[in-house]
Every structure is written in C-alpha cells, then in structure tokens.
Design a protein around this ligand. Sequence first.
Ligand code: GLP
Length: 242
Amino acid sequence: MEIRVFTTSEELSRAAAQRVADALRQRPDIVLGLPAGRTPVGVYAELARLSSTGQADFSRATAFALDEFVGIDHAHPASFHRFIREHLIDHVGLPFERFHGLNGAADDLQLECDRYEAAIQRAGGIGLQLLGIGGNGHIGFNEPANELPARTHRVTLLDQTRKASAALFDGDVARVPREALTIGVGTILMADVVILLAAGENKAVSVERMVRGPMTPQLPASFLQAHRVVEVYLDRPAASRL
Ligand code: GLP
C-alpha cells in the first residue's frame, strides 16, 4: 500500500481530488466507484471546484455508488445515492444516466444486487474505487464477519455502524435501517486502482489493522493488502498509530 499522510484534512481532500482529476485526464471514460460519508465531502467539493475551472472533466465518466441502506430509495434524505448526487454529480457534469446506485427500496433485493453487479461488469468493472473506512474496519457496508460475500449483497449492520449513521436519521439510531446493500470486497478488489481516505483519530485503529494486521474478514479493509494498487490518504490523527 502506498500511504500518504497530510497535515490537515483540507490538504488530504485537495490531493485526493487532484488524483481523481489526473485519472480522468488519463482515461476520460473511467468508471468511478464512489462512497458517501463525511470523509469524501471535502474531496467532492474540491472536485466540483476543479470541474468548474475546467481542470476535471467528468463528461465521459461513469459512476457507481458503493452502498445504500435497505428500505431507502434515491429520494430519501439519507440515501447515499442522493448524497453523492448532491455533493458531486450535480456539480461536475457527469451525465445523470451514467450515475448508478443501489435501490434499497427495491421489491426484490437479491435481484437488485444481481442487477447492480451485472451493471458494474457490463461497464467493464470499476477503474478507480474511492473508499472511506468504518471505525470497525468496514469498507462500503462490508461489516466484520466470519465470511465476506465477494459480490454485491445484502448485509446486516452492526450496532456500532448504526450508531455512527444516526446523524443521517436526525440522530435517532432507532430509525437507522438494520440492513444495507453493498458492493462486495471481491468487486472492490477487481478495481484497477483503490484510493482509501481516512481522517480523524477514531479511524486510527482500523487504519493500523488495515495496513499492518493479518488479512481477516473481521477487518474487511485488511483485504486491500491483496490489491496491487492501493493508495491510502490519511490525515495525521488517522495515521497516528502507524
Ligand atoms: C459508512 C459507509 C461507508 C463509509 C464509512 C465511513 O457507514 N457505509 O461507505 O465509507 O461508513 O464513513 P465516514 O466517512 O462518515 O466516517
């Protein structure tokens, strides 16, 4: 893993956005995998700025959202698809029909997962996968478990993750869905390049285990050690245990 540590999260965001803009220049029709969450917000804002000043061209790109809560459609205020659209897609001229998301409110969730996985494969797989990391080492909603399904699947959320997501539901953890849909670790590992972003001291332990620990489904991010091109962008608190 290539690890880059930045003094502030603003510097981290600028560098990561520049990295994405470079990837777009090298391959204008790149397929992006995109996370929601607090961590990428600064990166998306910087990408919007780069796009508005002609330094990042998303017009030929495709994007897939990484995960979504079960029971949540794309119009819901807590939707990750909506979050990514509002923070990035609406500002960078990526044609909306090429921005894909999981429908957590689909009648048949297994069919929805299969449809999504097939759409990713039809697009040629993910070229650049941006990721955050959970305080428990999850990537996407691939929670620590004895086994990790490789492909897009339905998952039961752990209490810690539901608590960390409460802000999206007016701080009411009881309203956080108990399940989610997520791209699997196998699909993530098939991406050409993975860029993982982590900021804040509450990520330091999972970052340390991701980088130094054994590969274990109990720390899903540890599987990134098996990928050839992983770039890890950290602020100092997130890197404090390395
Ligand atoms: C969330 C999402 C992930 C995200 C991670 C970190 O629950 N499922 O896709 O990367 O947890 O979120 P944050 O950036 O808000 O800390």
